[in-house]
Design a protein around this ligand. Structure first.
Ligand code: ADE
Length: 240
């Protein structure tokens, strides 16, 4: 998968060279290209923002650098490399909420482009223009406001990247985790069996695989009911 990131703070993404996603890049499973939006400015100050029409607080990102940057990373001249039209994602608190389902969907795409906004946002015409180049999605990490799209983009790249086949060594570990079956994950324990007078639940030491599976399933429902009841469709809680 190819991922282009456009940001005025490209060094945010240095962390993506670490761990599993770093390895995915060195083995060629992930082609991550982080670009500085200011490279598409032409004035001495490399300006990317201006005052809002109509007045109001803060600054708005100018359309021109975005247009040139998107022409280059998402434009049709790039088709030879990627083939298909890219999916262009603008992280925004005003977008659809990112979930594991979104991550699974985006992990099937060949080419993603993330446009990280700052300040009060990006000139609205950029989104309209981008729709000529690919599928545009405005996506929120959750119902809170960050200072810009960088942290949200990193979170999304990590959630999507680990679903690319081959990135996580043991694909089974992707199956039994929170949100994959709509429930939270069951609790995990390792050695020692007793630690600071706290014992690991007996069933996990029993060797009875059916009993272990049943206990884990029940724990998933207990946790989901207490912590995230909104995830349980009415009547689906077989353990209530
Ligand atoms: N930019 C600012 N806040 C955001 C959020 N909650 N999600 C995605 N991008 C953002």
């Amino acid at each position: 998968m190819r991922i282009d990131v456009l940001s005025i703070f490209p060094s945010y993404f240095d962390g993506l060279t670490l761990s599993l996603l770093g390895k995915a890049q060195s083995t060629g499973l992930l082609d991550l290209r982080v670009r500085d939006l200011r490279d598409w400015t032409s004035d001495r100050h490399r300006t990317v923002d201006d005052t809002p029409y109509g007045g109001g607080a803060g600054m708005v990102m100018k359309p021109e650098p975005w247009g040139l940057a998107l022409d280059e990373v998402a434009g049709s001249s790039d088709d030879a490399e990627g083939g298909r039209r890219p999916t262009i994602i603008f992280p925004s608190p005003a977008g659809e909420v990112f979930t594991q389902k979104t991550a699974r969907d985006l992990a099937t795409r060949e080419h993603l482009v993330f446009g990280c906004g700052r300040y009060e946002g990006i000139d609205e015409r950029v989104f309209e223009f981008a729709a000529d180049l690919g599928e545009v999605r405005l996506i929120s990490l959750g119902d809170y406001v960050l200072n810009g799209g960088e942290v949200a983009t990193m979170a999304m790249i990590e959630a999507i990247g680990r679903l690319i086949p081959g990135v996580v060594g043991n694909p089974e570990s992707l199956v039994e985790e929170s949100h994959e079956d709509g429930l939270l994950e069951y609790p995990s324990y390792t050695k020692p069996a007793s630690w600071r007078e706290r014992a690991v639940p007996d069933v996990l030491l029993s060797g009875n695989h059916a009993a272990i599976a049943a206990w884990r399933r029940e724990q998933q429902f207990v946790r989901t009911r207490t912590r995230r009841p909104d995830l349980l469709p009415d009547g689906e809680d077989e353990h209530s």
